[in-house]
Design a protein around this ligand. Structure first.
Ligand SMILES: [Mg+2]
Length: 293
């Protein structure tokens, strides 16, 4: 059993992808979603046959993790009402000490207010700031400096992914040496994109779908580590089957952002859980380990 999500960003058509999967001979290059689903299915079948969790494959490729899985994280979309937002943040912070804030609202004042309000509502939380490419090259450095006052743990994708390495280099040259860690998300799709940006960033958001397979995500983690980059393990909006597959890489990540299944109204699977302290709890089953409800 395996799953891969369709996201609008990649423009892949579900019906076309299913039609390709139903062919008796698969084409040499598969759509990204089909590639991930087939790769995870293969791992799940092997895991069941060998009674090993998916993480055993990562361990054989990456070696022993150096740390426990990072604490769980909950995300907040761009707020429309800051009072309601403050209440939500403080309620969630009672369980989770890592909170992800989406910025890039198009209103720099609202972006700053979002961080300020969240910091007041959750004084001790680690704040992961995701700009989703929402600032232009002139705005990004001053915004990062302003947000630095609120002590964020990292700032992700401050500039749009249409910009190449030269823009990241320019951004880095405009930042002070003690700037918060800067992470790339959409600008790095897989391991191959890491070397060109590695000198200008501090970390990378690695997601199974971006890489196109569990194996490629393992390779991206290895490349990031080789370049001394921190790793944020992310996901798309997907069921517990998808987020649980990704969670097998959590022991090799510095941060995890695996809450996509909370946004699925009809999650058909039971997989990863978060305990009362927001810690990740893996299911105790072979393969991906999520089970149908
Ligand atoms: Mg992101």
């Amino acid at each position: 059993m395996a799953e891969a999500p369709f996201v609008p960003y990649y423009g892949e058509d579900p019906e076309q992808t299913l039609a390709i999967l139903q062919r008796s001979i698969l084409p040499p290059v598969l759509p990204r979603t089909a590639s991930l689903a087939l790769n995870l299915l293969r791992h799940d079948i092997i895991g069941h046959a060998t009674q090993q969790p998916l993480s055993a494959f990562a361990r054989s490729a990456l070696g022993e993790p150096v740390r426990q899985p990072p604490p769980g994280c909950r995300s907040f979309s761009i707020p429309t009402d800051l009072t309601v937002f403050a209440e939500k943040v403080s309620a969630v912070a009672e369980q989770f000490r890592v909170l992800k804030l989406k910025l890039g609202s198009g209103d720099l004042g609202l972006d700053l207010a979002t961080v300020s309000v969240a910091r007041m509502a959750a004084p001790d939380a680690y704040l992961l700031i995701d700009v989703n490419g929402g600032w232009d090259l002139l705005e990004a450095a001053p915004m990062i400096e302003k947000i630095a006052h609120y002590g964020p743990a990292l700032i992700e994708q401050p500039i749009h992914h249409r910009h190449g390495p030269e823009a990241w280099e320019e951004l880095r040259s405009n930042l002070p040496g003690d700037a918060p860690p800067i992470f790339a998300d959409e600008s790095i799709q897989s391991a191959a994109d890491i070397p060109a940006l590695a000198d200008f960033i501090d970390g990378v958001n690695i997601k199974l779908l971006k890489c196109g397979s569990f194996d490629a995500a393992v390779a991206a983690i290895a490349a990031a580590r080789q370049h001394s980059l921190q790793i944020l393990l992310g996901c798309m909006i997907e069921s517990s089957l998808g987020t649980t597959a990704a969670a097998h890489l959590a022991p090799w990540a510095d941060w995890i952002d695996l809450d996509g299944h909370f946004y699925v109204a009809n999650d058909d699977f039971t997989g990863i859980q978060y305990d009362a302290r927001g810690e990740l709890v893996m299911p105790d089953h072979p393969g991906i380990g999520a089970t149908a409800k």
